[in-house]
Design a protein around this ligand. Structure first.
Ligand code: ZN
Length: 261
């Protein structure tokens, strides 16, 4: 069985003490690939270094909307420069987050649009972080036509999901699906077309119910798989096959990668 973790922050400090062990556990659990999204420009070098050491880690670089205060004026230029000089699978994690009161929505939108243009020009998919802002993100995606991507930890409406699908996006489901109280999310997971669903852990955050209160890990992706299999009443093997195929399609990863990975 091959699983793909489409959103895993394995590069962050929370894994610095035991990263090799976490990666081994994930591989034993069937995780054949992990997309590692960037958050801040200062983290990109170590993220790229880590992904360069492991054939199953794929880097994405981007400026995260939750960390607007950490981004410097020349970070956008640094992003363009990094995309020219490094092999990167996607632009992300980028998006809009309206959860926090007082969020500068105009600044977030402007940064998102700039990064969408960069992704489009680099012919790369994007990794989206969207909270309470799907309609605004969809407006931007209709204006700047990127080659699809992932909307991570999706919790919008069926209608919004359909718009993402039309734009070449898959939506990610993770640990929240393992909680019985996630009734709306479970309904979404059961309803959306299978060709737009991918799995993710968002490790070290958003852990599964089986490890509530602990650090999340890519090794827990099978719990998300099982939850998806249960809500859809489909064999887990089949869910694994379809979601991994979807992830690879969005990232343009062939079955055997000719470019050395
Ligand atoms: Zn993330």
């Amino acid at each position: 069985m091959e699983l793909f973790d489409t959103h895993c922050h394995i590069d962050v400090e929370a894994f610095s003490a035991d990263r090799p062990e976490v990666l081994s556990a994930a591989r034993v659990a069937g995780v054949c690939g992990m997309l590692v999204p960037g958050i801040r420009a200062d983290d990109w070098a170590s993220l790229l270094g880590l992904c360069g050491e492991h054939d199953d880690l794929w880097p994405a670089l981007g400026l995260h909307p939750v960390f607007m205060g950490s981004h410097a004026a020349d970070d956008v230029a640094r992003l363009e420069d990094h995309l020219q000089h490094h092999r990167v699978a996607a632009v992300g994690e980028i998006g809009l987050d309206y959860r926090v009161g007082g969020a500068d929505r105009a600044a977030q939108k402007s940064l998102l649009e700039t990064q969408l243009v960069i992704a489009r020009d680099a012919d790369l998919p994007v990794v989206l972080h969207v909270l309470k802002a799907h309609d605004d993100v969809l407006v931007l995606l209709k204006r700047v036509k990127v080659k699809g991507g992932f909307t991570h930890a999706f919790n919008g409406s069926v209608q919004q999901a359909q718009h993402y699908r039309d734009l070449g996006f898959c939506v990610g489901f993770g640990g929240m699906l393992t909680f019985e109280r996630s009734t709306k999310l479970r309904h979404l997971a059961a309803t959306l077309p299978m060709d737009m669903i991918v799995l993710e852990t968002d490790a070290p955050d958003m852990t599964v119910s089986q490890h509530r209160g602990e650090r999340n890990s890519p090794a827990y992706l099978p719990y998300c798989l099982e939850a998806m299999a249960r809500v859809r009443d489909i064999d887990p093997q089949e869910i694994a096959r379809i979601t991994t195929t979807n992830a690879r399609r969005v990232l343009n990863l062939g079955v055997t990668n000719v470019e050395g990975k």
